[in-house]
Design a protein. Structure first.
Length: 339
């Protein structure tokens, strides 16, 4: 039996996930997040007049409570599944943002006439389309996230991500395949519409600036603080800054079990769409006491049965109108966000 295709695929996935500099799980970006985390903790200890010891910082960043938790062990399994298996079996979107972009450009040509002559230098057009695609990604992320919290059928699949009782960068991979499939298609729609509109307005097919096929602005945020959003290190952006950017504390609030925090801070890197649509909760500079997870003590928590299979049963129950065997799980939108 020839094992070479499987081995090639395995190493290809490792290269794409861990070594490609634009990957959302690249070792380079994880190391950058670790350096920033060390710097933040060291600065805090220095301001308080405490000694800065490597051992103390390591214990703070990698507490045994988190490393040994069932939730963290499950996250490692999700990482393996989504990087090495999901991409092979179901990791594609039916919709292509390139195809949607061409269709959008064609529709604009039919409505308003031929594309105008390209009035701008190529680097300016590429800069504009890069910004447009990043903003479209952020809006698509927010819309998908909002629908996943407000539509009970979609919540059953998104709830898997919120079942994490501790937060680490690997929690980012704790997603159900159905949720990821919907997410990819929604992103394709938003980025495709933005790409087609941008090409028409700019008068040329402009390619975004990217790193490993990832939008360069998104890569910047991944290296800056996206990994720290799924951590328990409180770094809060407040004031106007907290209304523009989604700090680690913003996203920790999003994972909170406190009903006052439900359905808040749905953006990825930016807080502007939450601010615009009334779902923003700006965290305080001082840490809030938070607990994470959805029914953390339920039977089969953090297992394949409980996290990958059970959502299908709950979704079928919703479609057929049968009563749930689980206690109700309200996800209300609180009346007045602290924004």
């Amino acid at each position: 039996m020839d094992w070479s295709p499987g081995i090639s695929y395995l190493f290809g996935q490792i290269d794409k996930a861990l070594l490609a500099p634009g990957s959302d799980a690249s070792l380079a970006s994880l190391c950058c997040a670790l350096v920033i985390a060390f710097g933040v903790l060291a600065a805090r200890r220095y301001r308080k007049g405490r000694r800065i010891r490597l051992r103390t910082l390591l214990r703070a960043l990698f507490p045994r409570r988190i490393l040994r938790s069932r939730s963290n062990i499950a996250d490692i399994g999700y990482f393996y599944f989504n990087v090495f298996l999901f991409g092979l079996v179901l990791g594609w979107a039916i919709l292509s943002y390139m195809a949607i972009g061409r269709a959008m450009t064609g529709a604009l040509v039919a409505l308003f006439g031929p594309m105008p002559a390209a009035p701008l230098p190529a680097f300016v057009s590429r800069t504009i389309i890069t910004l447009m695609l990043f903003l479209a990604y952020e809006l698509g992320y927010w819309v998908n996230h909002y629908l996943s919290h407000r539509i009970p059928l979609l919540w059953e699949f998104h709830k898997v991500h919120h079942s994490a009782t501790v937060l680490t960068p690997l929690t980012n991979f704790r997603v159900h395949p159905v949720y990821m499939w919907i997410f990819l298609n929604i992103l394709a729609i938003f980025t495709g519409l933005a790409n087609g509109t941008g090409d028409y307005l700019l008068g040329q097919n402009a390619n975004q600036y990217g790193l490993s096929e990832t939008n360069i602005i998104l890569v910047f945020f991944i290296y800056l603080y996206v990994h720290l959003q799924h951590s328990e290190l409180w770094i809060a952006f407040t004031g106007l800054f907290g209304r523009l950017f989604m700090s680690p504390a913003h996203h920790q609030i999003h994972h909170s079990r406190n009903p006052a925090h439900f359905n808040r801070n749905l953006g990825s890197c930016l807080a502007i769409w939450d601010w615009m649509f009334g779902t923003l909760y700006v965290p305080a500079r001082d840490p809030e006491k938070l607990e994470f997870g959805v029914e953390p003590d339920r039977e089969h928590a953090h297992t394949i049965r409980g996290e990958l299979v059970a959502p299908f049963a709950e979704a079928a129950r919703l479609l057929t109108g049968r009563p749930s065997k689980l206690p109700p799980q309200p996800i209300p939108l609180s009346a007045s966000p602290e924004a």
